[in-house]
Design a binder for this molecule. Sequence first.
Ligand code: NAD
Length: 294
Amino acid sequence: MARIGFIGLGNMGAPMARNLLKAGHEVAGFDVMAAALDAVPGARRAASAAEAAADADVVLTMLPASAHVRDAWLGTGGLMAAARPDALLMDCSTIDVGTAREVAAAAGERDFLDAPVSGGVMGAEAGTLTFMVGGSEAGFARARPVLEAMGRSVVHCGAAGAGQAAKLCNNMMLAVTMAVTCEAFVLAEKLGLSHQALFDVASKSSAQSWALTTYCPVPGPVPASPANRGYRPGFSAALMVKDLGLAQQSAKEAGAVTPFGAHALDLYRRFVEKEGGGGTDFSGIIAMIREGKA
Ligand code: NAD
């Protein structure tokens, strides 16, 4: 069993750390909000990120955004210097590909992985997250047993930054698919076609998708989807804006042209900033599309 320094015990980090403890690992935790540690009984409370990392076999961060990750590893957090030279280092936050590669490069010969997740808070609690991992084969092999204590699916995507690339590409596809699925249901309404009839056809034909069959944006056809509970998340529109922004940033840096992703970002940003949709599930954008504001 490993000694794990866990930095960032928020909505995702706290349940992930609890699952590590449940699997028999030792956890030393640090969060700038000291009260966050209350949600992880059984963890040793470290006074700083560096202290949490000092004697750890594995150092793991789960922080809000790129700036926090850069600061924790390379700046005032001092993690890169504090961690043992043979420790496995990883960041599970969702950040841009460039920052993930920059932090990994600063780790030199040491094993540093980007390992963002999908599955949300429910997946973190249930230990059913999907991990998308970038970094060396050897680092991935070391990480696997630790990640499997927190997730059901662990995929090695390639070299440094590949985990973040997979996450951003996946969520860009999801956002565009959801937006056009909403658009199709609104068109069906105008054409006098019932939600159920469209669902029955599209879910069994060439337009089939996760956005339709698991997360159907209208109430009825998929009883467990957020549409049936007033669009309570789920996956909030605010987090989708974050991920679409990272996808556009990474696309610009890589010279990729992604107009559908750009339009989805514009749409979701207006939903959040002008329609007050930030705390709504991302499938709730159907209301804005229905009002002709897409
Ligand atoms: P959160 O804001 O709930 O938690 C982040 C925690 O980091 C907070 O407790 C904060 O106090 C702490 N923190 C900030 N700066 C710190 C520092 N320098 N040192 C130590 N602690 C610090 O966010 P979250 O929902 O847990 O998300 C974490 C990451 O996971 C984000 O990158 C997010 O995009 C990603 N993510 C979230 C979800 C989700 O559904 N919430 C799903 C997939 C991925």
